[in-house]
Design a protein. Structure first.
Length: 86
């Protein structure tokens, strides 16, 4: 079975990866990610788009923009139009 130590190590890897993704998205370094920053990060970093489960080719015409909008709203728990790391 897994030990508490190995679970903590796994969690640490996940948190580190989330931090990398957040940093890739936070273009201006203000500690929050707005929708525009998320779109740019997904377009420039296919691994970021894959992590969020959206296309890296985000366009209004094919529904990929709507999919990203829905994902953003899911993540933005307090409806302040930004995703924060804290």
């Amino acid at each position: 079975g897994t030990t508490a130590h190995s679970r903590m190590a796994e969690l640490s890897v996940v948190v580190d990866r989330l931090g990398e993704i957040f940093t890739n998205c936070d273009r201006n370094g203000d500690g929050v990610v707005n929708k525009r920053e998320l779109i740019l990060a997904c377009r420039q970093h296919p691994d970021v788009a894959s992590f969020w489960g959206v296309s890296s080719q985000i366009r209004q015409e094919d529904g990929s923009r709507d999919a990203l909008e829905r994902k953003f709203q899911e993540i933005d728990g307090n409806d302040d139009r930004a995703i924060s790391w804290t």
